[in-house]
Design a protein around this ligand. Structure first.
Ligand code: AMP
Ligand code: MG
Length: 414
């Protein structure tokens, strides 16, 4: 049985050797959120595009207004009005000004803005009541960004701020990494879909839905291949289809040591190289990780619904993130939290106990989910946002102790 850390590093190094065929694609701005840039973005336009006013006021020549105050105001002729979006026609000469609004283009001849609050309008003229600083409230062309220089780097995930930047630069098409394709199949004679009326002895396939949702939430494309019965020939066909259609395959069930657990044997028959067979983790011990010549990475995950999700969070998600093209190493987030309850484990494997992570006055606390921590008890997994870790060799961590918790959702702020 491999320690968790060793399994994690084997999986991450296997991902490194995967070369996603036709790795990139072009998307337009509306489809870009959440995607990962596969090429730097370089704008063709300076930003600001031209000198403009940061405030509503008057565009002036600084030399005209450098010495004035409310007792000795300077009076200027207003020769033009410049709203945002208008291209000024006139040049400001000595003794002249233009009424200007936020974001509007500076007229030629002017170099400074006097904010409206420091003026008094009188018909076609304006009194300047306070002397501004030289170039006050002027945003200069290219002062924020110079055309042709790097704007956004490759390997970052596009969120609202990055999309605003790209829109501003009028880059309407972007090169992004294509989303990893993840084939998902559930194995087991006992399984039926949620739509099928349950017969005695049957179990509803929840893993397919859990994994497809988790994969989709992380920007990859789930390919649901359905329920496959525990018959080697059918399993083999389904697995071939999965390997051919995806970058990652997640199958659940059939990786244990039971009479109907065929997955490892089939993977070997299909030429897969098995790198991991079991991990010293609870839940989720019988984890199979294999690679195929077409660079597909196969995860054979245990069928118990909690094991399936914990295996996904601990082992599949880091692989999926790495495969996605993110340039910063993504890692699961482990926080130190005070446990509110005693945590028990057998000591033989690193144990993950699910519950809720709270933030109280800036510190984390962990509350164990009530009820049984059996890998078959899917029900008390609801609203889980943290997995408390009991290290190998420990049987009991008492309430009030600081522990490591792996975050799998946003902490609750109490
Ligand atoms: P296995 O890993 O195939 O031995 O399955 C272990 C347990 O998980 C059995 O009780 C199965 O019925 C259950 N199980 C297997 N696959 C699924 C699934 N897709 N959804 C829900 N439960 C499952
Ligand atoms: Mg089974």
């Amino acid at each position: 049985m491999l320690p968790v850390k060793d399994a994690e590093s084997i999986i991450l190094s296997l991902v490194e050797s995967i070369d996603l065929p036709d790795k990139t694609e072009t998307v337009n701005l509306d489809a870009a959120v959440g995607r990962i840039l596969a090429a730097p973005v370089t704008g063709k336009l300076d930003f600001p595009y031209w000198d403009n006013s940061a405030m509503d006021g008057y565009a002036v020549r600084y030399e005209d207004v450098r010495e004035c105050d409310a007792d000795r105001p300077v009076i200027l002729d207003v020769i033009e009005e410049i709203p945002a979006g208008y291209s000024p026609k006139l040049t400001i000469g000595t003794g002249q000004t233009a009424r200007i609004f936020t974001g509007a283009m500076m007229p030629a001849g002017a170099d400074t803005i006097v904010i409206q609050e420091n003026t008094q309008r009188e018909g076609d003229r304006v009194k300047i009541l306070t002397s501004p600083k030289f170039q006050e409230c002027v945003r200069h062309k290219a002062s924020f960004y110079q055309a042709g220089t790097p704007m956004l780097r490759s390997g970052i995930q596009l969120g609202a701020a990055e999309i605003a930047i790209i829109a501003t630069a009028q880059c309407t098409e972007l090169t992004v990494y294509r989303r990893p394709r993840v084939a998902i199949l559930s194995t087991g004679d006992e399984l039926v879909s949620p739509e099928t009326p349950l017969q005695p002895g049957q179990i509803v396939d929840s893993n397919q839905y859990a994994l497809a949702s988790a994969v989709r939430q992380n920007g990859a494309i789930p390919i649901k291949l359905g329920i496959i019965p525990d018959r080697p020939e059918e399993l083999k066909k389904a697995i071939v289809r999965a390997i051919d259609s995806a970058d990652l395959v997640l199958s659940t069930g059939g990786v244990s040591v039971g009479d109907y657990d065929y997955i490892d044997r089939i993977l070997e028959e299909l030429g897969g190289e098995i790198h991991i067979r079991s991990v010293a983790v609870k839940p989720g011990k019988p984890l199979t990780v294999a690679t195929f010549a077409n660079s597909c990475l196969y995860f054979g995950i245990p069928g118990n619904p909690v094991s399936a999700l914990v295996s996904y969070w601990r082992f599949v998600l880091p692989a999926l993130k790495k495969l996605s093209g993110l340039s910063n190493n993504w890692q699961p987030v482990f926080v130190k939290a005070i446990t509110r309850q005693d945590l028990r484990a057998s000591g033989k494997r690193e144990t993950y106990l699910w519950g809720k992570l709270h933030i109280i006055d800036g510190s984390y606390e962990f509350a164990l989910s009530g009820g049984s921590h059996s890998s078959g008890n899917l029900i008390n997994l609801g609203e889980t946002n943290g997995l408390a870790i009991v290290p190998m060799g420990e049987n009991l961590i008492t309430a009030g102790t600081k522990i490591d918790v792996m975050q799998v959702g946003s902490p609750l702020v109490d």
